[in-house]
Write a protein that binds this ligand. Structure first.
Ligand SMILES: *Cc1c(COP(=O)(O)O)cnc(C)c1O
Length: 416
């Protein structure tokens, strides 16, 4: 090789590296605007103390998940003890309460900005009068038409979802199952659970059971242990999954006792829902770490929410922060047309554009599948299109940066 060629190669490599570096610097600049819960540590600590004293709670009570759950902020009287509210807000929140219950833990209140209406955590938990516009349908994903047994939803050949309770540590305003929240907390009755177990025993092709709700981690450890044990006893069930927002909304619930129980039911997976990096705090990181140490892989399912996380820089920051706490981004859901949540919905293209800004710019580990859930039809993945066209013996592709190239297509005429 001549010296000239070697130098050319070095120069080309250096130019390319410089271009890549610039992409990264652009992101680092943009992400300065996106604060994480770790960065807000001191502010959260102050808010916690303020809320504790407003509610007359001791540190011991605060750390007790049962206290947190029993003392969810769920009406205007409680809310105004901790946040300044205008008369209009008080009026609106009371109206909404008559139609859609709202509640969230004092812990989650401590990571909500008390005055900024645009706080991404606030928007997920505090009701909004636009909910009363009542556009959308109660059961948008058609779960009621896919339930051979009450509270068991079957969309697929080999797996089912089971709704084990309607209790949550916080009722997300964008909840797809708000029709089930009702007016009172209600665990799925034991006889209904028995029917579900019987269905699972009778259907040998079911190899994967997803426990969801509501939130299965709001159960007492013993009750969840009993359900998992019953599933373990069904030989053809190969894996179990738990969908929970508790590590994020009620991290106090995740303790050694719970994790020791969970670790007796492998193979077990946990899926959480984190929508904004502000939800990742010292407390939620501790909870996620305990679960991971119990040998349970954790995946994240975000919902794409207008005005909350509908930008590439927020999703990229979120996914980077998740990987740092060993949580793998799994799904990014397009917000579906459930009743009263129209104001959270983005155009479908927003999600595709976000994925376009992830692929290549960051690791595939940080890239979730973007999912639409049409009525009763399961999950449909959407993605940017990388195949531009095809011809005789070749496909025309583009790379993540938009560079178009020809790639031969083995096994097609033209290259035989
Ligand atoms: C989401 C879901 C599943 C699980 O889907 P995966 O793609 O396997 O994660 C299974 N059943 C129902 C009803 C679901 O909504």
């Amino acid at each position: 090789m001549t010296e000239n060629i070697k130098e050319d190669r070095k120069e080309i490599s250096q130019q390319k590296s410089e271009k890549f570096r610039q992409y990264a610097l652009d992101y680092l600049e943009a992400r300065k605007e996106v604060l994480t819960g770790f960065q807000l540590f001191e502010k959260y600590a102050e808010q916690k103390e303020r809320i504790k004293s407003a509610l007359g709670a001791s540190e011991e009570q605060w750390q007790d998940w049962k206290w947190q759950l029993a003392n969810r902020i769920s009406n205007v009287e409680m809310l105004e003890k901790i946040f300044p509210l205008t008369d209009k807000q008080k009026h609106d929140f009371a109206i909404i309460q008559s139609k859609f219950r709202w509640a969230f833990t004092p812990y989650f209140a401590s990571i909500i900005d008390p005055v900024d209406d645009n706080c991404p955590v606030r928007k997920q938990m505090l009701p909004d009068i636009r909910e009363m516009e009542m556009t959308g349908v109660a059961d948008f994903s058609g779960e009621e038409y896919s339930s051979p047994v009450d509270n068991l939803v079957r969309w697929y050949p080999d797996r089912v979802a089971v709704h084990v309770t309607n209790v949550c540590a916080g009722f997300c305003r964008h909840c797809l199952r708000r029709r089930k929240i009702g007016e009172v907390d209600q665990a799925t009755p034991a006889d209904n659970l028995e029917d579900i177990l019987q269905y699972l025993r009778n259907n040998r092709e079911i190899r994967d059971v997803l426990l969801t709700g509501g939130d299965p981690f709001t159960f007492q450890t013993e009750w969840l242990d009993r359900i998992l044990t019953a599933l373990d006893e069904i030989e053809h069930i190969e894996i179990k999954r738990i969908g929970s927002r508790v590590p994020i909304v009620l991290p106090q619930r995740v303790d050694e006792e719970l994790c020791a129980m969970l670790s007796r039911h492998h193979p077990l997976y946990v899926n959480v829902q984190v929508n904004h990096p502000r939800e990742l705090t010292a407390d939620s990181a501790r909870a996620l770490d305990l679960i991971t140490r119990a040998g349970i892989p954790i995946h994240n399912q975000s919902v794409l929410l207008r005005g909350i996380n509908d930008s590439a820089v927020i999703i990229k920051t979120l996914n980077h922060e998740l990987l740092k706490v060993r949580v793998r981004p799994y799904y990014l859901y397009h917000c579906q047309g459930t009743i009263g949540i129209e104001h959270f919905r983005t155009p479908v293209e927003t999600g595709i554009e976000i994925l376009e800004n992830l692929r290549g710019y960051t690791t595939g580990l940080a890239i979730p599948s973007y999912i639409i859930t049409p009525s009763g039809l399961g999950k449909t993945p959407l993605a940017p299109v990388y195949q531009v066209s095809s011809g005789d013996g070749f496909v025309l592709l583009r790379n993540w940066e938009g560079i178009v190239y020809r790639y031969d297509n083995p096994g097609h005429s033209g290259n035989e």
